[in-house]
Write a protein that binds this ligand. Sequence first.
Ligand code: 3AM
Length: 185
Amino acid sequence: MATQRLFFAISLPDAMQQQLVRWRADTFPAEAGQPVAAASLHLTLAFLGEVAPETSRRLQTLASRIDQPVFDLELNDAGHWPRPGVVWLGCQRAPRGLLQLASLLRAQAARHGCHQSPQPFHPHITLLRQATQPVALPPRGFHWRFHVPAFSLFASEYSRGRTRYRTLASWPLRSQDPHALLSSS
Ligand code: 3AM
């Protein structure tokens, strides 16, 4: 079987996708860049590149054993990276659960030969691509919050001039134990 282009990521609830798409249309002019389709909005945890089936199976087995708690994501930051041409949404302070999850997945990927960028992890949701010209960013003050109960492995597939992301598998994060919360308060 052929290799697949894979990445681990967090997907957004449908309602959040729709809200962000509406906000994006009101916030950025059409010439700012190429909007990412609502269903493709995601937060990448670890990019794996082209992966052979055996490595993909191993990484999925490891992912299924991850025992990390659920967390909430607050989107209250935006930025522009002119070189890759990306306008993004992110968080001023990334939750610890998110950083730990990404760090685990990246370490497992690196141990299985998937090159990991030496750049520090900057969690973001890409809103626009091909945004290589200066873009006016919205003033801070916006924020959306959503709960992250799971993470997924996606295949990035290119056909008929379009890239589509297909979910291959998803794994739940550990729910907060209400007893643990009570006893720690
Ligand atoms: O949409 P974001 O920015 O989260 O940019 C690609 C996209 O991330 C990134 O993987 C996600 C799914 O395609 N990506 C593509 N090539 C990459 C590479 N060589 C890469 N990330 C790191 N290194």
